[in-house]
Write a protein that binds this ligand. Structure first.
Ligand SMILES: [Zn+2]
Length: 442
């Protein structure tokens, strides 16, 4: 007498109407993701999964699309506490009159800790599973990320003048090295170097950072050419465009992440491409501060590793990578006059696999391939006004009716029905409101 095939016991099975694994760059229908011990062990038709696996947790999602977890490559998480400060001011005035005075008076470990938690809760709600942060007290952000289970790259702020966190660049560097030591064995926290911008960091400091990055295998993230006036001022002061200067100093390379890169000429784009540097676009922040439109079509066409970030909530005002990606896609097209400038699959790759490459984590995350960590987002497409629905990625990126439902990191459910699991959002919101009142009083 023959017995039926034994079902393999696994931790998690997710059946979805659609799955977009990024690699391969297509949308699979009626497939299942099989996860065991935090890793993807199979991606197969649901009909086959039923015959092979017995899952401890089984999600049958229906009208949803599952994608890799989103990677927000530029943020100042704690600035969620400054949401709405200095609305409608131009960039320099916004920084000098609104943001910097509040930061100088208010930034503390406690503030960063609360602001980071608030940002992480919102990022999770929007499907972000990995983020990069650049802010004072990065140890507070690391603790918040570890507690809430996200992956992060912490680009420690290195600036030549005193800040709430460090007295000067040398102090910032020594604190960075201590943090690197503290977190080097944590799989979810990576320490990187975060020189603020070419106009706040000297040649000498940049040279030191390059040496350190090489010695310790650290990545470098820097705001670069955010506005045309930044470029004009740099040329007036030193005869070089900021990217030319960074290249002369040896900064550009596969470990370098250039944020904003709005004011680019053809030579700048060629330089980023030749050096295999990463470019990070933050369209909402650039739009709100009227900095301009990044040439994302040309960056992609040149083969630059293009990623996306929300920037801090003071200039955005949200932490929603999906709406950021929607705007990036439309702006790539509208800004270039080319409807093929960023395809739906490219948009998805920009917010997943390209981010993983920038962080050096593309063997671990960024696509739903067998062997990778099970960082996944389920986006609900059941809104009736999405019908007729034949192209799920178009529904995700060209409408505001697609909504993030479940989020998993390492195969663990971290958000459901668009709310972070195990986080009292209302209590956090009350703390945030109270903290903001205190910040405004002094
Ligand atoms: Zn920024």
């Amino acid at each position: 007498m023959s017995r039926g095939p034994r079902l393999k016991s696994v931790d998690l099975q997710i059946d979805a109407r659609w799955i977009a694994p990024v690699v391969p760059a297509k949308v699979l229908e009626h497939h299942s993701l099989i996860v065991d011990k935090g890793r993807i062990i199979d991606l197969c038709p649901t009909a086959r999964a039923r015959l092979q696996y017995q899952a401890k947790q089984h999600h049958q999602l229906g009208e949803s699309i599952v994608t890799p977890g989103f990677i927000n490559l530029h943020n100042h998480a704690a600035m969620t506490l400054m949401r709405g400060v200095g609305s409608d001011l131009p960039l320099q005035q916004w920084l000098e009159d609104a943001i910097w005075p509040m930061e100088n008076a208010q930034v503390s470990y406690e503030m960063v800790s609360l602001g980071a938690r608030w940002s992480i809760a919102e990022m999770l709600t929007g499907g972000t599973t990995t983020f990069s942060d650049m802010y004072f007290y990065p140890d507070a952000v690391a603790e918040a990320a570890l507690e809430m289970g996200l992956r992060c790259q912490l680009a420690t702020p290195i600036i030549d003048f005193p800040t709430a966190w460090a007295t000067d660049a040398a102090d910032g560097i020594s604190k960075t090295l201590a943090l690197h030591d503290q977190y080097k064995h944590h799989s979810r926290v990576t320490i990187a170097l975060g020189p603020h911008a070419p106009y706040t960091v000297s040649d000498e400091t940049f040279t030191k950072l390059r040496t350190l990055a090489d010695q310790l295998n650290l990545r470098i993230q820097c705001h670069v050419q955010e506005t045309q006036s930044e470029v004009d001022d740099a040329i007036k002061a030193g005869g070089e465009r900021p990217l030319q200067r960074l290249h002369r100093l040896g900064l550009l390379g596969p470990d370098f992440q250039a944020v904003h890169v709005v004011a680019l000429n053809d030579d700048d784009i060629a330089l980023l491409a030749e050096t295999n540097s990463t470019a990070v676009t933050c369209p909402d922040s650039n739009l709100k501060l009227a900095s301009g439109l990044a040439r994302t079509r040309d960056l992609l066409a040149a083969g630059v590793n293009l990623c996306i970030g929300t920037d801090g909530a003071a200039s955005n005002n949200d932490q929603d990578l999906l709406s950021e990606a929607r705007n990036a896609t439309l702006l790539a097209k509208g800004g270039s006059g080319d409807a093929t400038a960023m395809t739906l699959q490219q948009t998805l790759q920009v917010m997943t696999l390209n981010g993983a490459r920038a962080l050096g984590l593309d063997d671990e995350i960024g696509s739903l391939e067998i062997g990778k960590a099970a960082d996944m987002v389920a986006i609900n497409l059941s809104d009736p006004f999405l019908k007729p629905l034949t192209d799920p990625l178009a529904a995700v990126f060209y409408t505001a009716r697609a909504c993030v439902d479940q989020v998993w990191i390492d195969g663990r459910l971290k958000a459901e029905q668009g709310r972070p699991a195990g986080v009292d959002v209302n209590a956090l919101a009350r703390d945030v409101q109270r903290m903001r009142k205190t910040m405004e009083k002094s």
